[in-house]
Write a protein that binds this ligand. Structure first.
Ligand code: MN
Length: 713
């Protein structure tokens, strides 16, 4: 069992005494809270955080990371709290431990393979500090090393998750040894037979392979000396999983896998061109196999891996794979991102500029890095800053641009779910529709059949899909209403001339009109009229003899009576159907003389006949409308009362208003020095008659000078 002194010995060369003390303190804390807990292996639970810390120590990571390794399971699995950790070890460690507690909850479950990439991204996104992920990987390595104590079911489940989530993450961070170990361990549990068979055969050939490898290494070393190329040659057995994958992908048998050993030439130089020189040396020595050369120096892998790979026909006609790289390339290939968190000998960070650049690209960080030290200490790097990952109720992961809301989420599931969405839950609590989704949220949408989207939603969505769906719905809805309105307007206009629109709309004459308006269908024409693009008059003139058209008087906007057309009822029950709205400028109430105005795409706006805006309106778009009140409804109206500022008069006025069962929604009183008061009241009335009744009642009051209705403007 690993002891705390072993760990301290390992890190003592590069950590300060204060940091060593903190690690000891974390050890004592972890030991006390994990006290009494036992692992499945029968060992004390403490062995696990100790081993994890040991792995991190071997990677030469900083003190906060090592402390986090010791504490990583305390909040999740013991009575220790986040607050205790912060108090004892500070904000930085508390932040890292909290991150680990959170990502430990992301499990692959029984998800299909296609979901794995989303889960990987979610883990990356939630590892707002890369050290969280490094501890998580070390945690997984130790759990895999001790997987034999789990039940067969758990073994399969954890191995699958490791192979699909954690090995690729280690690869993405460029930590090759972790990737290989995680793959081999998972492979062993997922397909024990294949693993065992492979292991047996590799061992059987081992002695022969080793002799052969020694021979190849010797030849290369000799040749390097001859050409004055400085560096070392390695020959390592490939890891089982990569051999297995090769057999599977190329459909070959074990005996056909020749290159069980990967040879590496690691140059002392740090110049790319020296790699190509070494390559030509190798190709001069042995014949290259066509199509097997790969230049990862000119075109590095996504995780910044660089090397030249070639396969040649080596001694005894056997295929030999050779990789050529410089020392810095090699360090990156082996340790990847972890190399940047390590202390160099002498206790200081000294990553070179090139490595910093790689790291920055890798993390896709947008921020300006002023100096390496600052970068190292300021580790809150968002790996995918522009995306959030959330769960569906089934446990699927979906990604959205930052700022996305439950509405975006709803539309990503299905258009109907988006259209009928009335509310949402995140992690089981109700959230508003404009709530911004956060990483790891479990989102649920509440729908109601028959519910419709609203134009306002456009303010809260960020995905193009949701935007397009909402716009489309609004457009379709407006068109539907405009078609109905257009039909209504035309029927009235035709009736005025004793013509039947229904009949005429089917006549061939109609085609001529369609052509003129560049439309093809009657619905288009109706929508044009409903949108106010074509006036009903224009349409009807098409079907009238010329004399009659001339006879028609131009619209007189200053008229006191409405035009002599059959009025359209402003039916309240049917408000939605013909898109009627009331002018905010003049607050029409039933009983007022009114006029309708076709506003583009928004149906008819009703104004009072004497509204100050009417004279400026396009006469072609004015229509006659008439009240058709089937349902009692309240309309706002404003009144101005001038009275003497005598005691009790305001009470009298409000009593008069209230006694008629009318509600005052606004009141404002200004008293002038001469003792006169001007009161503005906003009241809700059913109609003009009721308003007049109130006015009359107020006028009768003692001290009241005048009562009048006013308009906002
Ligand atoms: Mn753990």
């Amino acid at each position: 069992m690993l002891r705390i002194n072993d760990i301290l010995d390992r890190v003592q060369p590069y950590l300060s005494p204060t940091e060593l003390e903190m690690i000891e303190k974390a050890y004592i804390f972890s030991a006390s809270v994990h006290q009494g807990q036992i692992r499945l292996s029968g060992e004390p639970y403490l062995t696990h955080p100790m081993e994890v810390c040991g792995i991190l120590a071997d990677m030469k990571l900083d003190a906060a990371t090592l402390v986090t390794g010791l504490l990583h399971d305390t909040v999740e699995d013991t009575l220790a709290t986040q607050e205790q950790i912060e108090e004892a070890f500070g904000k930085e460690v508390a932040f890292l431990v909290d991150g680990l507690t959170k990502i430990s909850k992301i499990t692959l479950g029984n998800q299909e393979e296609r979901q794995a990439e989303n889960f990987r991204k979610m883990i990356l996104a939630m590892s707002s500090d890369i050290r969280i992920l490094l501890v998580r990987l070390a945690d997984r390595i130790h759990n895999m090393r001790t997987l034999e104590f789990q039940t067969p079911d758990r073994q399969l489940y954890i191995s699958k998750e490791t192979l699909e989530l954690y090995a690729p993450l280690a690869n993405r961070l460029g930590i090759n040894w972790m990737k290989m170990e995680l793959e081999d361990l998972s492979f062993r549990y997922l397909d024990f037979e294949a693993y065992n068979e492979l292991a047996k055969r590799v061992v059987k050939k081992q002695k022969k392979r080793e002799e052969y490898a020694e021979e190849v290494r010797g030849i290369i070393r000799q040749e390097m000396e001859r050409f004055g190329i400085r560096g070392e040659v390695e020959g390592r057995a490939k890891h089982f999983y990569s051999i297995y994958m090769k057999m599977k992908e190329q459909h070959i048998d074990f005996d056909e896998v020749y290159d069980l050993t990967a040879f590496r030439i690691i140059l002392d130089s740090d110049k790319d061109k020296d790699c190509y020189e070494a390559l030509s040396m190798v190709h001069a020595l042995w014949t290259p196999v066509p199509g097997r050369f790969k230049d990862y120096i000119a075109m590095p892998k996504a995780n910044h891996y660089q090397s030249l790979h070639t396969t040649v026909i080596g001694p005894y006609g056997e295929r030999v794979e050779i990789q050529i790289r410089t020392r810095p390339m090699h360090n990156w290939a082996e340790e990847g991102i972890a190399a940047h968190w390590r202390y160099k000998e002498g206790g200081s960070f000294s990553p070179d500029d090139n490595q910093i650049k790689k790291l920055r690209d890798l993390l896709d960080a947008q921020q300006e890095i002023k100096n390496p030290r600052e970068f190292m200490s300021n580790l809150k790097v968002a790996l995918f800053p522009e995306e959030v990952y959330v769960f569906t109720p089934n446990g699927d992961v979906r990604s959205f641009p930052k700022g996305a809301t439950p509405i975006d989420f709803a539309y990503s599931i299905h258009t109907d779910i988006g259209n009928q969405c009335i509310g949402a839950k995140a992690n089981r609590s109700i959230v508003p529709l404009k709530y911004q989704l956060r990483n790891g949220d479990r989102v649920e949408i509440i729908t109601q059949a028959g519910h419709h989207p609203s134009k306002d939603w456009l303010k809260y969505v960020v995905t193009t899909r949701a935007m397009a769906k909402i716009r489309n719905w609004v457009k379709t809805e407006e068109r539907k209403k405009s078609v109905a309105l257009g039909r209504d307007l035309l029927e009235k206009e035709f009736k005025k001339h004793h013509l039947k629109f229904g009949q005429i709309s089917k006549s061939s004459e109609m085609q001529v009109l369609f052509k003129e308006l560049h439309t093809e269908s009657l619905d288009d024409l109706l929508a044009f009229v409903g949108y106010g693009r074509v006036s009903p008059k224009h349409v009807v003139h098409h079907f009238l003899p010329e004399e009659e058209v001339k006879k028609e008087e131009p619209v007189d906007k200053t008229r006191k009576k409405g035009p002599e057309t059959e009025p359209i009822g402003v039916s309240l029950a049917g408000i939605d159907d013909i898109m009627v709205r009331f002018g905010k400028c003049c607050d029409p109430i039933p009983g007022d003389e009114i006029v309708g105005y076709i506003s583009r795409g928004r149906g008819i706006t009703v104004h009072t006949d004497n509204c100050i805006h009417v004279p400026d309106m396009d006469a072609e778009r004015l229509v006659n409308v008439q009240w058709d009140v089937r349902e009692k409804r309240e309309y706002p109206v404003q009144m101005k009362i001038v009275c003497h500022d005598s005691k009790g008069i305001l009470a009298d006025i409000s009593t008069a208003i209230s006694s008629l069962d009318v509600n005052i929604y606004h009141a404002e009183i200004n008293t002038a020095p001469d003792g006169q008061a001007t009161c503005h009241f906003g009241v809700n009335v059913n109609n003009l008659k009721q308003f007049n009744k109130i006015s009359a009642a107020i006028r009768k009051l003692r001290g009241v000078i005048s009562v009048e209705r006013i308009w906002r403007s």
